[in-house]
Design a protein around this ligand. Structure first.
Ligand code: ADP
Ligand code: SR1
Ligand code: MG
Ligand code: MG
Length: 446
C-alpha cells in the first residue's frame, strides 16, 4: 500500500491515509466531501493535525525523524510515537478522566489518532500567560499524578509486572538521552544550543557554568533520572552487580530509580484545560524513572509562570491576585498529591505490591515511618527536578512562552533572573524545606 513505509504527511496526503483506516474514516461517517484538515503543531517535536467534518473530529499526531524546533540536523527517532501511544493508553487506563482516548496507532507511519480536545480547551501555559484561573487544576493534576505514579510503582505492583514494563519503556532511550542533554548537561556547559536573554543574562549564564555546588546537585539528580537501559542492567549483573554505566550497585539502584511510569515531559504545555476539564497530552518521553521528575516538571513550570507575571502586568491588571492564585495552586497540587498518594498506599497495603511487604511493615508505627521517609525524599526530589527544569528553560535550548511573550527584553530578563536565582537556591537548598508552604514563602521573598 501507499503507506507501507514512513512518509511525513501533509494536509493532502493525510486524507488519503485516513481513507485507508476504517477506525478513523468511520469517525467522519466515511464522508470526505466536507473534510477540514489543519496542521496546528506548536510543540518542539512533532506534526499535529486537526481533522474534522460535520459529523466528527480527531487529532493526528505524527513524529518526524528529527527535532522540529531545531531542524533536520538534530536527528531523533520517530519510534517515540510508539512510546507515546503506549503511555497514553496506559495512563488512560489509570486515569481516564484526564487523558485523551487513543483511536489508532500506526508504528510504520509513527502516527497516533486520538480525541480532539475541542475549544474552549487551550494549552495551560497560554491560559497562564493570559492570566486565567482554573479552579480545578490542582485537584485534577494531583489526581492524575497520584494515580499514574502510584499504580505503576512497586508499592502497588508485583516485581514481575514492574520489571516487564520497565524493560519495555527502556526502549525509549533516545528520548531519555535528549532529556539528559538538554536538562542535566547543556545548561552547565558551553553548548551551541544554549541561549538566553543577552546581554542581560550573560553573567548569569556564565555563573551557572562556574558554580561547583550547582554542578554537584545536578549530578545527583541526573543520576536519579538515568535509569540504565535493560541491556546494561543485564550486563552489570554479570559484572558482579557493578554497573558499567553508572558504576553503582545497579541491581539495587535500578529498582529504586525506575519508581513509576513517568509522563516525563509534564510541563504546562502538556496540559490542556477549560475551567472544568484538565487533559494531559504528549507523553512521548515516557519511561520508568523517579516520580519527582513529573511532580517537579509541573511545579517548576507553575513557578516559571509566577515569575513571568510581572512581565505581563499592565495598568488594567497588575496580576497580583493572579500571582496569589498560582501560589495557591502550587501549594494545593503538592498537598492534594500527598494526601491522594498516601491514601492509595494505605488502601492497597495488603495487595500485590512488592516494595513494602506486609509481613515486614506489619505495624502502624513502621508503616508511618516508611511512608514519611518515602514522601520526604519524594518532596526533595520534586523540588530538585522543579529547579532543574526552571534553569533549562532560561539558559538552555528550549524556552517557554511565559517569558518569550514578554517583548521588552530588559523586562523579560528581570523576570527570568528572579526565576533563575530562585531555582539555583532551590536546587542547592531543597533538603532544608520541610513543607510546600515554606517553598511558597521563599517564592514570595524573591
Ligand atoms: P509536541 O510533542 O510537538 O510538543 P504536542 O503533543 O504537545 O506536540 O502537540 C502540539 C500542539 O498540538 C499542542 O500544543 C496543542 O495545541 C495541539 N494538540 C495536541 N494534541 C491535541 C489534542 N488531543 N487535542 C487538541 N489539540 C491538541
Ligand atoms: C530540543 S529540546 C525540546 C524539548 O521539547 C520537549 O517538549 C521536551 O521538553 C524537550 O526537552
Ligand atoms: Mg508538547
Ligand atoms: Mg512532545
Amino acid at each position: 500500500s501507499k503507506f507501507s513505509e514512513f512518509k511525513p504527511l501533509n494536509e493532502h496526503t493525510l486524507i488519503e491515509y485516513i481513507k485507508t483506516i476504517p477506525t478513523l474514516s468511520s469517525k467522519l461517517n466515511n464522508s470526505f466531501s466536507d473534510i477540514s484538515i489543519k496542521e496546528i503543531g506548536d510543540g518542539n517535536l512533532n506534526l499535529v493535525f486537526i481533522v474534522s467534518n460535520s459529523t466528527g473530529s480527531f487529532i493526528i499526531k505524527q513524529a518526524l525523524p528529527y527535532v522540529r524546533l531545531v531542524g533536520e540536523s538534530w536527528k531523533m527517532t520517530k519510534e517515540r510515537a510508539y512510546f507515546e501511544s503506549l503511555a497514553l493508553k496506559e495512563k488512560g487506563k489509570l486515569c481516564p478522566e484526564h487523558v485523551p482516548e487513543v483511536y489508532h496507532f500506526d508504528r510504520v507511519m509513527s502516527l497516533i489518532g486520538m480525541r480532539y480536545l475541542e475549544p474552549p480547551h487551550i494549552i495551560l501555559r497560554k491560559g497562564l500567560v493570559a492570566g486565567v484561573e482554573y479552579p480545578l487544576l490542582a485537584e485534577h493534576m494531583s489526581d492524575f499524578i497520584a494515580k499514574t505514579l502510584f499504580f505503576s510503582s512497586l508499592i502497588f505492583r508485583s516485581t514481575t509486572d514492574h520489571k516487564r514494563d520497565v524493560a519495555e519503556f527502556c526502549g525509549n532511550v533516545e528520548l531519555c538521552r535528549l532529556t539528559e542533554q538538554v536538562i542535566f548537561s547543556d545548561p552547565y556547559k558551553v553548548s551551541e544550543h544554549n541561549r538566553w536573554t543577552s546581554p542581560y543574562l550573560d553573567r548569569d549564564a556564565e555563573a551557572i557554568r562556574e558554580d561547583n555546588l550547582l554542578k554537584l546537585e545536578i549530578a545527583e539528580l541526573k543520576s536519579k533520572y538515568c535509569t540504565c537501559p535493560t541491556l546494561f542492567f543485564f550486563l552489570c549483573i554479570s559484572f558482579m552487580g557493578i554497573c558499567s554505566v553508572c558504576k553503582n550497585l545497579c541491581s539495587f539502584r535500578f529498582c529504586e530509580r525506575a519508581q513509576a511510569l513517568l509522563h516525563a515531559d509534564l510541563h504546562t504545555s502538556s496540559v490542556m484545560v477549560t475551567r472544568e476539564s484538565t487533559q494531559v497530552i504528549d507523553p512521548e518521553f515516557a519511561f520508568y524513572g523517579p516520580m519527582g521528575f513529573d511532580i517537579g516538571a509541573f511545579l517548576g513550570n507553575l513557578i516559571l509562570a509566577f515569575f513571568s507575571q510581572d512581565g505581563h502586568a499592565n495598568q488594567a491588571n497588575d496580576r497580583k491576585t493572579y500571582k496569589e492564585w498560582i501560589l495557591k495552586t502550587i501549594e494545593n497540587t503538592w498537598t492534594l498529591f500527598y494526601y491522594k498518594f498516601t491514601k492509595l498506599w494505605d488502601e492497597h497495603r495488603d495487595g500485590a505490591g512488592e516494595a513494602y511487604l506486609p509481613e515486614i511493615y506489619n505495624n502502624p508505627e513502621v508503616q508511618l515511618l516508611v511512608q514519611r521517609k518515602y514522601m520526604t525524599e519524594l518532596f526533595h526530589d520534586s523540588l530538585g527536578f522543579a529547579a532543574a527544569k526552571m534553569i533549562r528553560r532560561i539558559v538552555g535550548v528550549a524556552h517557554v512562552e511565559d517569558f518569550e511573550s514578554i517583548t521588552d527584553a530588559a523586562k523579560r530578563a528581570t523576570c527570568e533572573k528572579q526565576a533563575l536565582d530562585f531555582a539555583k537556591m532551590l536546587l542547592k537548598e531543597r533538603r532544608k524545606f520541610e513543607a510546600i508552604s515554606e517553598v511558597v514563602s521563599a517564592i514570595r521573598q524573591i
